[in-house]
Design a binder for this molecule. Structure first.
Ligand code: FE2
Ligand code: FE2
Length: 371
């Protein structure tokens, strides 16, 4: 298993260090929380991402449509900043985030949109337990820090987007796009996020980890670009030799992402190990009879187990050149029968308990889209 140094684990830790540094300034000691929420333009959803909080972080794992917050919408369109020196009224009006923050003791907030050249990446939130904390001198002192955090967030996301764009190009010139349609990739990534979100507390998964897992899942089969069309698109079952060629997509995938990392200077890409584990181990099974490495049980990283269940479920419930689509029930039954031997039982149980969410994902991604 690949373990990279902490520097590659994203910017959550750096935010915590920076928060400490900010509080080192006498006038900023009462800055109790710094948090970033990301914006997903495809769904118009804001999702919690990273935070550093002196008290509880009451909004972990939360998502909300941007459209539901007129004041944030306004910040997004004007680039203006928002100062709320008394969170009381908003909390009493029942605005979800404000109320949760208020109930955890936060009394004031300062919000900065993270945007560049018309692209909104998300929002940066500063909070204090002290009412009236965000007076002009404090806001002035926070400006360079806000700038620094915004740049770090944009840089981190741009690196991931560049990787995705490169893979999209590779895929578009190969037949792999026919077998692994864009909608398969989108659904699979959403199932993976669903499973990871429900595992978060038991396994200590952060919002940042879940976001990168979600972003990287569509790259799991990048190595299929090296599998010949005659094998990839074969309507019948594969011969032993053809199956060996198909299995080669894993090693090829690892080779491709390692090359991209080296040649595109993506060494600093956050959570690179998560991407690599998904690509390398998504066909490993708990009983050690998967391929290509034959890893078993705890040797298989959690992101690979999650991706495997999400991938198999979507493959079964989709039409492929060699098979019709299974019903969700039949697919879940097969996963259940193989839970503990092939697939991670916890991932399977979680997915099986999410029939409504599965239906919503299937309704949303019926077309071939890869974005
Ligand atoms: Fe695969
Ligand atoms: Fe797949």
């Amino acid at each position: 298993m690949i373990q990279l140094p902490a520097a590659h684990r994203g910017i959550a830790e750096r935010l915590i260090c920076l928060h400490d540094e900010i509080k080192g300034e006498a006038s900023l000691m009462a800055l109790s929380r710094v948090a970033v929420a990301l914006y997903d333009p495809a769904s118009d959803i804001l999702k919690t991402f990273i935070h550093s909080s002196d008290g509880d972080n009451p909004v972990d794992g939360a998502t909300a449509p941007l459209a539901a917050s007129p004041s944030l919408l306004q910040l997004a369109s004007t680039g203006a900043r928002r100062i709320v020196n008394d969170l009381g009224p908003a909390a009493r009006e029942g605005r979800d985030f404000a109320r949760k923050l208020y109930d955890s003791g936060y009394r004031s907030s300062y919000t900065v949109p993270i945007a560049n050249k018309g692209t909104l990446y998300g929002f940066l939130f500063f909070n204090s337990f002290r009412e009236g904390f965000f007076q002009p001198p404090v806001v002035q002192r926070l400006r360079p820090y806000a700038e620094l955090i915004s740049l770090a967030v944009m840089r981190e996301l741009d690196t991931v987007r560049m990787m995705q764009a490169a893979v999209k190009v590779i895929r578009s010139v190969s037949s792999a796009r026919d077998e692994e349609t864009g909608s398969h990739l989108a659904r699979m990534a959403h199932y993976a996020r669903l499973i990871a979100t429900k595992m978060r507390d038991r396994h200590g998964l952060s919002d940042e980890y879940i976001e990168f897992l979600f972003q990287f899942c569509p790259l799991h089969d990048v190595g299929k670009v090296a599998v010949p069309d005659s094998v990839l698109l074969k309507p019948g079952s594969l011969t032993t030799e053809e199956f060996e060629q198909m299995k080669g997509h894993v090693a090829k995938g690892v080779e491709i992402i390692d090359l991209m990392m080296r040649d595109f200077g993506l060494k600093s890409m956050p959570y690179f190990d998560v991407l690599r584990n998904i690509v390398a181990y998504h066909h490993e099974t708990l009983d050690g009879r998967g391929y290509p490495y034959g890893l078993s049980d705890s040797q298989i990283p959690i992101e690979s187990r999650i991706a495997a269940v999400a991938d198999v479920f979507d493959a079964l419930t989709s039409v492929r050149p060699y098979k019709a689509a299974w019903t969700n029930e039949d697919a879940l039954n097969l996963l259940r029968r193989n839970a503990g031997t092939k697939y991670d039982p916890e991932c399977v149980e979680i997915l099986a308990s999410c029939t409504q969410e599965i239906a919503a994902i299937q309704a949303r991604f019926t077309e071939t889209v890869y974005d």
